[in-house]
Ligand binder design. Structure first.
Ligand code: AHR
Length: 516
């Protein structure tokens, strides 16, 4: 049984009978068969020119009274650094499909003012452009993922952008970069040719896009040490036709095919469900819909395994997260929503799924970093709060670059509501870069704790130590008046006199512990 199947099993096994007490879930970690390395970029972020996702949210400009470094606000950037953001995708999203990079270079006061046609029809000052974005990622110590424009843009425009960013020659474009304040080339880790080509990126067919990609990629030349990993924009939801076509037609021309899947509680774009004040049926449907990510990845990976058995092509989930109705009284085009304990559980379930597929899923980007959809941080003028999703990310930091370990769950109870069920416990284990063994546990049931008995063949477990994120209310969240309403608390458990260790996972909780 390969590692992926084992990981999927860990989420799905509802088998009866464990080696432990009748009502305990039995969790066995196989440390002898390490799986794939969990690429740190699985914990990537997405910052689009959308609402206050960039302007106000992170960028305030160098002249702002809000303390900032090169225009990026210190409080937000400090919090993002503390959660070890490894990668930021920019400038979109649908915004990227109409973005012309030359609008965003040179003196800021002279830059073209455009209309952000996708997001609220507001004026786009282009104050944040290529140089400002690289200031941000360099301050964060993160890598850059730049998304090119294949909607209203073309091969020439993208080829010139790549030359501007990466050339160390004395070409006119490289010298223009120097004139604009940057001597050395920028380091672009990933460059995507287009976004959502099936929709806002141009309503294309997979074959038409594949032709355009092949044409464009031919001209994306960069010095070897600065050459980004080139990405193709793939499909979404249940559709595997993009992965099928692109993995066949773009072999050796792409490092990855992207994929988008959003969790919508009601499954309807009209009336998606509220971010707070929801009932248990929407807690359940949100988590149940999130678990579909596992099927989506498995189906696309099966296609990749057929067309790319050498595993050269990664499966990059470069947009995911919860998408609710916008908060009342806010601009519908700004996609602003609150963020609760439910979102933290959604994030953790997705992390566990990504880890289980780490040999193919090499990068993901939650949508989005600040103030938009499932964000890490919410701001209002000079104030800022950290969301439960932020805490899920910082709790999972030890998994960045860790080596995944197969695990099996037995006797995993079902969490059942209105005749539908999902597994109660989701888990993931990995050997961290520091040599320690880390375990993440999620209890999807909002009404009942679960006992999880740990077993590592050949090893005596003495204790587990780490943190837990939970709260009384399903929609517990932080606000500007109660910014610390929900945050992680210390968590530990020790082996009993019989040498066995059972972790009591509270209802609706996320736990990350080091196993000693
Ligand atoms: O994240 C918001 C939007 O969702 C992105 O701009 C687009 O790519 C997707 O449809």
């Amino acid at each position: 049984m390969n590692h992926i199947k084992r990981g999927v099993l860990a989420l799905c096994l509802l088998a009866s009978g464990g080696a432990f007490a009748a009502d305990a879930v039995s969790l066995t970690i196989d440390t002898a068969k390490p799986g794939a390395v969990i690429n740190k970029d699985i914990y990537g972020q997405f910052a689009e020119h959308l609402g206050t996702g960039i302007y106000e949210g992170i960028w305030v400009g160098p002249k702002s009274k809000i303390p900032n470094t090169k225009g990026w606000r210190n409080d937000v950037v400090g919090a993002l650094k503390a959660m070890h953001v490894p990668l930021v995708r920019w400038p979109g999203g649908c915004f990227a499909d109409e973005y012309h990079w030359k609008d965003g270079i040179g003196a800021r006061e002279k830059r073209a003012v455009k209309v952000n046609t996708n997001w609220g029809g507001v004026e786009e000052s282009n104050a944040v452009g290529t140089h400002e974005f690289f200031d941000l990622v360099e301050i964060l110590g993160a890598d850059a993922y730049v998304n090119g424009n294949l909607g209203t843009g073309n091969a020439q425009e993208m080829s010139e952008w790549i030359e501007y960013m990466t050339s160390d020659s004395k070409s006119t474009l490289a010298n223009l970069r120097r004139k604009n304040g940057r001597d050395k080339p920028f380091k672009v880790a990933y460059f995507a040719v287009g976004n959502e080509a099936w929709g806002c990126g141009g309503n294309m067919s997979p074959d038409y896009y594949a032709d355009l990609y092949r044409n464009t990629e031919t001209f994306l030349r960069a010095p070897k040490q600065y050459r980004p990993k080139m990405l193709a924009s793939g499909g979404n939801d249940n559709d595997t036709t993009w992965t099928e076509t692109l993995s066949r037609r773009l072999k050796d021309k792409t490092a990855g095919i992207s994929f988008h899947y959003y969790t919508i509680p009601t499954d309807k774009w009209e009336g998606k469900g509220a971010a707070t004040g929801f009932k248990e049926n929407e807690w359940f449907s949100t988590l149940s819909n999130t678990l579909r990510m596992d099927d989506h990845i498995a189906r696309n990976v099966a296609v990749l395994d057929k067309n790319d058995p050498e595993k050269k092509i990664g499966f990059m989930v470069d947009e995911w997260g919860t998408w609710y109705d916008v908060e009342k009284g806010t601009n519908a085009g700004f996609l602003f929503q609150q963020n609760t304990l439910r979102d933290a559980v959604v994030a953790a379930l997705n992390f566990n799924i990504f880890h289980a597929h780490a040999d193919r899923v090499r990068m993901t980007n939650i949508a989005q970093m600040v103030n938009v959809l499932q964000s890490m941080i919410i701001t209002d003028k000079d104030k800022m709060v950290l969301t439960p999703t932020y805490h899920a990310y910082e709790m999972y930091v030890p998994f960045q670059g860790a080596t995944s370990l197969p695990l099996t769950l037995q006797n995993n109870p079902k969490y059942t509501l209105d005749g539908k069920s999902i597994p109660e416990i989701s888990a993931s284990a990995a050997r961290g870069a520091d040599g320690k063994l880390y375990l993440a546990l999620v209890n999807t049931n909002p009404g009942q704790a679960a006992d999880v008995a740990l077993n590592i063949p050949g090893q005596t477990i003495k204790a587990v130590k780490g943190r837990v994120l939970t709260a009384e209310a399903m929609d517990a969240h932080n606000s500007f008046t109660t910014p610390q309403a929900i945050k992680p608390a210390p968590f530990s458990a020790a082996a009993g006199a019989d040498g066995k260790l059972t972790v009591k996972v509270p209802a609706k909780a996320v736990i990350v512990v080091a196993v000693e």
